[in-house]
Design a protein around this ligand. Structure first.
Ligand code: UD1
Ligand code: UDP
Length: 382
């Protein structure tokens, strides 16, 4: 009899990293793969589901334009409890650190459904940053019955917390998708990107959306972007703006009307990856982009005061620079000089995966469920 494995996710980054895993689950005869989306994000989730051709059996459709962490958590938990009672999955897989992730894990725990945590063990060691993600992933770390950690460092974080449940080291599923999307002859779906001459100017891919950056840090970030655009005509900034009303307002207020700043709608994942691949450098507070850009040899300036992804910092392609306006400008200008700093950062490293994370996770899961004699070999970055 096949085992019911239900993936639960709700936001863009979870979808990007879980859809390749859904495909791998669907390919295994021992598994009945089911998907429940909370739709904590609506448009940005649907964009990813369409690209990966994933069709959820359950859709809780919880998003509100002014949602709070409490409304997301409570609506997701109530909906998920119904789904879990109806389906009785053998295990629920959740991903990373969003509020959907935490709500799904807690609802599964309350309903005695085992939990597998994908992208387990990332830690910034600061509950306020990223907020609320550091709390979400720590709480799921307590509840999970099995952990799939991308890196050795992530697994060590869990062991230091005395986690007793099994931990497998698998690589990050983000890198699986990246191997399929980036192509030299890629044609962008986004009209403005299709028109852009990537050879004419140094393209800087920029994004910012984190909650702990709302307020003054976000104002500083946008002022730095505006300054860089105004003072460096040799530069082209490209910013796919998150659909959060807060982020939309602040981004457009600072950056509208600057002719070397391109504000675009959230991009499909293949557009995003190919934008990274054609960029000179990246400035972002995103978690996922910190994993993807280094694999493409692109320097990343992280617009936060910490990171839960130290591997690429240690490898030299990522610098964590905070949110002070003048520091951002100085750091970006240092890289624009294309000197030693730039060349030491612009080399491809792959500390986060080798493209086979999904296969490992499913093999490890089948082992955990007693359907296989051996787990996959752990991922070790070379
Ligand atoms: C969420 C995650 C964060 C992740 C980010 C990725 C939490 C607490 N935060 O933050 O970890 O980095 O997603 O993008 O789980 N909106 C839309 N359409 C969409 C998506 C969002 O209109 O498709 C708007 C809505 O007004 C929504 C707002 O954005 O209320 C904020 O969305 P929310 O999921 O609450 O927070 P994010 O900042 O996106
Ligand atoms: N991404 C995308 N289109 C965009 C911006 C991001 O496909 O316009 C992808 C990106 O490549 C990465 C993921 O979304 O895989 C990161 O999502 P986000 O920055 O929203 O969240 P975080 O990773 O910070 O949680």
């Amino acid at each position: 009899m096949s085992r019911k494995v239900m993936c639960v996710f709700g936001t863009r980054p979870e979808a990007n990293k879980m859809c390749p895993l859904v495909k791998e689950l669907e390919s295994r005869k021992e598994i009945e793969a089911l998907v429940c989306v909370t739709a904590q994000h609506r448009e940005m989730l649907d964009q990813m589901l369409a690209i990966f051709d994933v069709h959820p059996q359950f859709d809780l459709n919880i998003m509100e334009k002014q949602q709070t962490l409490t409304t997301i958590t409570s609506k997701a938990m109530l909906g998920l409890e119904e789904v879990f009672r109806q389906v009785k999955p053998d295990i629920v897989l959740v991903h990373g650190d969003t509020t959907t992730t935490f709500a799904a894990a807690l609802a599964a725990f309350y309903n005695h459904v085992p939990i597998g945590h994908v992208e387990a063990g990332l830690r910034s060691f600061d509950l306020q940053s990223p907020y609320p993600e550091e709390a979400n992933r720590r709480l799921v770390g307590v509840l999970a019955d099995v952990h799939f950690s991308p890196t050795v460092n992530n697994a060590e974080n869990l062991k230091r917390e005395n986690v007793q449940a099994p931990i497998f080291i698998t690589g990050n599923t983000a890198i699986d998708a990246l191997k399929l999307t980036v192509k030299e002859d890629y044609v962008f779906e986004d009209e403005a990107l299709r028109q852009l001459d990537f050879g004419a100017r140094k393209v800087i891919a920029i994004t910012a959306h984190r909650r702990e950056n709302y307020g003054q840090p976000m104002e500083n970030i946008m002022e730095a972007f505006a300054h860089l655009a105004s003072n460096h005509p040799e530069v082209q900034l490209v910013y796919p703006v998150h659909l959060s009303p807060y982020v939309q307002e602040v981004a457009h207020r600072h950056l509208d009307g600057l002719d070397n700043v391109l504000l675009v709608q959230p991009l499909g994942v293949a557009d995003m990856h190919n934008l990274l691949a054609r960029s000179y450098m990246v400035m972002t507070d995103s978690g996922g982009l910190q994993e993807e850009a280094p694999a493409l040899g692109k320097p990343v300036l992280v617009l936060r005061r910490e990171t839960e992804r130290p591997e690429a910092v240690e490898a030299g392609t990522v610098r964590v620079i905070g949110t002070d306006r003048d520091v951002l400008i100085a750091e970006a200008e240092e890289l624009l000089r294309e000197g030693e700093r730039y060349h030491s950062m612009a080399h491809a490293v792959n500390p986060y995966g080798d493209g086979f994370a999904c296969r490992r996770i499913v093999d490890d899961l089948l082992y955990f469920l007693g359907e296989k004699d051996l787990p996959a070999e752990n991922f070790f970055a070379k």
